[in-house]
Design a protein around this ligand. Structure first.
Ligand code: GLC
Length: 552
């Protein structure tokens, strides 16, 4: 047993090696039984997360919001949505986390607000050219009567990135930019008022004791001057490709300014960029020493189940982030992606990320394969030095939920693409706690904003706790070893002489060996500390990762 964690013995650069557990408040635990998770639910279930052995939690947005994009459409950044609870409960949550030895980071959504934000409502009421409109990206339309959008940009969720407003007198008015849903107007970050707004938001939450921020769409705040058309002559741009609305140099000024604010609060507050910017050497610009502390490693999340691809993305990550003195992060699942257990057990294991999987998708995951691959992938990830992110429910081996009826879906992606992309609901289904309770312990009423499949009963936390072969116990073992052996701040080297199909490295005194092929491989001498699946005649079978104690 490790000594109980307290924040007092957590170093100021805790984030360099932390394992951070993402809580998606809508789906974690529901205290009032309305079918949507809330802060009271989180507070009551937090000891289970501390017990898992993580260092920190990241909470997806709980702010006041019409919930058009599950809370990423914020109408008040300094208040809690009634569906989640109250500001007093948020304060209790922060102290509860700290008392359990968990750091807590919250989501900051600076690229856009909700259309219900008072500033957007004021912008609609005020005319073109007004200071109220200058807080957002309003433009006149093209064409004889302004009937065409100002440029060819498309929303990330499908369809045009511009919507036209109707003037108070009923005539068609200007257009406004929304890189995401129509309900999420983009702020104009050329306007100092937006900088002041977010300076205040940062201080508001830092004053309440949060340890940092996950910064939503960090690469999107600044748009190229003149808002030029996107070049689509070579087909749709690759994810992470630069564009007139992604990765403009000006975004870095914002983070330099925010870094100064964080530093005023001491040297243990951090920011993590959600910046879909490739290659990783460009993503690393977000974590230069005077900007953010971490960036989500989407290169790693996007890697196919291919040893050469994984080896190369690990090298690239250590080099890119290490080159600017930042830790690499590692992540396999989050609230926007098909759960890794399922993703790695479809054709996407070799073809790259899907945009959701649903009842009519051609390729459905092979559940048995996914069970073993998901575990093997996690055991590889948690052996790497740096900081790792987990998404709620992956420690239970939850699969992507595929059979969600169309009329129960919630993700705007599904609706904006007329069902062509299933989107992200399948990873957001409320998680199971106790097999025999209503909604598998998510609440006491049985209500659930997305329907839970029967398999969630078998995978409920109480069914796995104490069961040696369970995925939950595998996560506990790996996290305990990672902490006790100091792997997060470890020392990485590739192990030579392993077959092509393996990803084999040493981190301090532990060899981490993943077999991504089919033929069993011989393991080096040493105690086997953990294995993601059973060995076969002492050999490591395919889709399995082992941790072995070797001489330093
Ligand atoms: C980020 C969030 C995603 C959200 C989008 C718009 O990508 O992770 O869930 O829909 O930003 O805020």
């Amino acid at each position: 047993m490790l000594p109980a964690k307290t924040l007092a013995n957590s170093p100021s650069d805790w984030w360099r090696h932390a394992v951070i557990y993402q809580i998606y408040p809508r789906s974690f635990a529901d205290g009032n039984g309305d079918g949507v998770g809330d802060l009271a639910g989180i507070i009551s279930r937090l000891p289970a997360i501390a017990d898992l052995g993580v260092d920190a939690i990241w909470l997806s947005p709980f702010y006041r919001s019409p919930q058009k994009d599950a809370g990423y459409d914020v109408s008040d950044y300094c208040d809690i949505d009634p569906v989640f609870g109250t500001l007093a409960e948020a304060e209790t949550l922060i102290t509860t986390a700290h008392d359990l030895g968990l750091r807590i980071i919250v989501d900051l959504v600076p690229n856009h607000s909700s259309e219900q934000h008072e500033w957007f409502q004021a912008a609609l009421a005020a005319g073109p050219g007004s200071p109220e409109r200058a807080r957002y990206m309003f433009r006149d339309g093209l064409g004889e009567n302004g009937e065409l959008p100002p440029n060819n940009w498309e929303s990330v969720f499908g369809g045009p990135a511009w919507s036209r407003i109707t003037n108070p007198d009923g005539t068609p008015g200007q257009w406004y930019l929304h890189i995401f849903d129509q309900s999420q107007p983009d702020f104009n970050w050329e306007n100092p008022e937006i900088w002041s707004l977010f300076d205040g938001v940062l201080r508001f939450w830092l004053d309440r004791g949060v340890d940092g921020f996950r910064v939503d769409v960090a690469h999107g705040l600044i748009k190229e001057a003149g808002l030029p058309d996107r070049d689509l002559s070579n087909g749709p741009p690759a994810p992470g490709a630069r564009s007139p609305f992604w990765d403009q140099d000006g975004v870095h000024e914002v983070y330099r300014a925010w870094r100064k604010i964080l530093d005023e609060y001491g040297d243990d507050r951090m920011m993590c960029a959600e910046a879909w910017v490739m290659p990783l050497s460009k993503m690393a610009h977000y974590v230069r020493s005077d900007e953010m502390h971490q960036a989500f490693n989407f290169g790693y999340l996007s890697a196919t189940w291919d040893p050469a691809v994984l080896r190369s993305v690990i090298d690239e990550s250590l080099e890119a982030f290490g080159g600017v003195g930042a830790p690499s992060t590692w992540v396999l699942s989050n609230h926007d992606e098909v759960r890794h257990r399922s993703r790695l057990a479809t054709k996407f294991a070799s073809e790259g990320k899907p945009m959701g999987i649903g009842p009519n998708s051609e390729h459905k995951p092979d559940e048995e394969l996914g069970h073993w691959r998901g575990r093997a992938a996690t055991a590889l990830m948690l052996g790497l030095p740096g900081s790792a992110y987990l998404f709620q429910g992956e420690e239970l081996g939850l699969p992507e939920v595929i059979d969600i009826p169309d009329d129960r879906r919630d993700d705007p992606t599904f609706f904006r693409t007329n069902g062509e992309r299933y989107g992200r609901d399948g990873c957001r289904v409320p998680i199971p706690w106790e097999a025999d309770k209503p909604a598998f312990g998510f609440n006491n009423s049985g209500a659930s904003w997305l329907p839970q499949p029967a398999v969630f009963g078998e995978l409920a936390r109480d069914q796995q706790s104490g069961v040696e072969s369970s995925t939950l116990e595998l996560y506990r073992t790996l996290l305990r070893l990672r902490a006790s052996q100091g792997l997060g701040s470890g020392d990485f080297a590739w192990l030579p002489d392993f077959p092509e199909a393996t990803v084999a490295f040493r981190n301090l005194g532990i060899a981490v060996i993943g077999n991504l092929g089919t033929a069993p491989i011989t393991l080096p001498a040493g105690d086997i500390l953990a294995s993601s699946g059973p060995l076969v005649d002492g050999h490591l079978p395919g889709d399995t990762t082992a941790w072995i104690k070797i001489a330093n």
